[in-house]
Structures are given as C-alpha cells and as structure tokens.
Design a protein around this ligand. Sequence first.
Ligand code: PEP
Ligand code: MN
Length: 346
Amino acid sequence: MIVVMKPGASEDAVARVSARLEGLGFGVHLSRGTERTVVGAIGDKSVLAGVDLEAMDGVERVVPIRQPFKLVSREFRAESTVVDVAGVPVGGPEVVVIAGPCSVESYEQLLATARAVKEAGARLLRGGAFKPRTSPYGFRGLGEEGLQLLSGVREEVGLPVVTEVMSPDAVELVERYADCFQIGARNMQNYDLLREVGRTRKPVLLKRGLAATIQEWLMAAEYLLAGGNYQVILCERGIRTFETATRFTMDINAVPVAKELSHLPVIVDPSHGTGRASLVPALARAGIAAGADGLIIEVHPNPAEALSDGVQTLNFADFSAMMAEVARVAAAVGRIAEPPAAALRA
Ligand code: PEP
Ligand code: MN
C-alpha cells in the first residue's frame, strides 16, 4: 500500500509515518514527487488491524496497490521516473539513443564506433564484454579487458558506457567500469543477479526476457527496486512468437503497456527485436512513435566482420541515416532528439 502525504507535509511527519510503518515490520520506500511525498509500505497488511494511519499528522490517505509489482507501479509513483546515467537523463523529454557494437572486439573497433555514433547523435555507448551466447562455441566476449577498453574509450570520446553483467559474482567488477548495467534477456529471471544489482546504486537497463510476459518483466524490475536501486530502465527487445521471418517479434504493444503500468522509462531494441539490419530503422521509428524513451542499437565499423550479431548490426552510414529519421519522428510526437551533428553542418 501507499501512504499519500498531504501537499506540504513536513519532513517530521514523513519521518513519523515511516518509523511507524517500520515498527510494524513494513519495508518503507519514499517517493518524492514535485507536489507531495508518497510513503510506500511493503509487507503484511494484516498487522494494520486497529491501526489508523490516516489519523496521523500530515497523512492524506492510505491506498492499496493492486498490482503484484509495487514499487515499479504507477500506483506507487504517478510521475514518470527519469534515470540519470552519468548525466544523461533517460525518461525525460529527450529521446536517448544507446549505440555501439554487440561485443567489444578491440580498441580500434570500439573507438571508431564510439566516435561515429556520437557524431550521429547517440548519447550512450553500448558494448558487451561478457556475452551470453546461444552456442558455447560463439565468441563469449573479452571479459575484463573488454571493460577496460570501454572505460578507455569513454575517456577518449566522452560517452557513458552501458554493458552487460551476467553473474552475481561479476557485479562488483562490472560496477567499477560501467555507468549502467545491462541485464540481458536470458538473465531477466536470474534472481540472484537481480538481488546483487539491486544492492548497487548504479543505473540498470533491464531487458525483457524472450518469453516473459510484461508482468514477469515488471516483477523482475521489482527485485531491483525492492533492493533499493530505483534507477531502472526497461528495455523491450523482442519476444519469441510463431513468426520465423524475423529473429524475434519486437512487441510494440509492450511500450504503451509498460508505460501505463509503470513509472520507469521504457526503451526498445530493434536490433535484437528484428534480427535484421534492414528492419532496424523502421522498428526504431515505430518504437519512438509508440512512446519509447529511447533506443539501443547495434553498430559496427564493418558488420559483416562482427564477432557477434553482425546480421542485425548497422554500419555508420545507415546508423546516421536512421538517427535523422528518428529525430523527425521524435519531433512529431513532441519529444526532443539530438540531431546528428553531421546534419547540423549540412
Ligand atoms: C545484447 O544486447 O547484445 C544482448 C545479448 O541482448 P539480449 O539480452 O536482449 O539478447
Ligand atoms: Mn547482440
């Protein structure tokens, strides 16, 4: 349930309500909106028999949260959350594009890609150092060396870094290098990993599992918030359907559904969502038109030679062209998109 405080309720009143709830055994989570503070209480409601929270100073009303996900729900927090990834706001008016190779392969590959995507308007750099591969014989990533390359290129180019963490043991290592964790589709329900990342205070990009319902995805996000990490970005990356023409089916429905149910930012991944480079720009435009807060796109200097996911990866020219189209769609739906630097000079 949530305890909605009156507009202008004092800090003391909020502290008394929080202490009362903690005393009753609830986990307490505060949400401070522009108008009022909401005290979220997670726990066993049966202890409330005979307790009149509404009589407490500063309390406006007590409202149950009907959804199984609590802290993630719009019932808990009506205002949209803006996640700050090293100074880049995700979930505000700006459409934020994360771009880079599927896998970090070398310094030269990463540096060239980072420069090209930044020039085209990307705000964050992606690149996997730990790769979950369907085949045990595929390239599994450079590991810590890949993280070092990411952090070197971040210094050189000035784009904050998003990279995947696959296991609870690696959280500390990845945290040292990354500006934002990525939890991959295959690990969306790795609850030990969710718990460990939930203990950090670093932003997290949580991909939807490839056969997960929207509710299961939001429940996975709930693990992160329940751990105290509220900096979560949801990412729709395509689900498994009967369709074989594309690698996955990017679920456009998921964008407005997740935004209706949750206050967290939602981005889409048309690279994995389609599995084909030629389809990526259309689904990127569709995602933004449907209300997504951003995109994550795979880009490589020479996709034909990429060590992973080359078939769905854009080259620099196609990425730049896509960015110009996305900027037009963003403007049409009342969002701001960083126009490609090259387009500004033209
Ligand atoms: C990736 O981003 O390269 C990746 C492995 O994504 P997903 O977990 O969505 O398959
Ligand atoms: Mn990939």
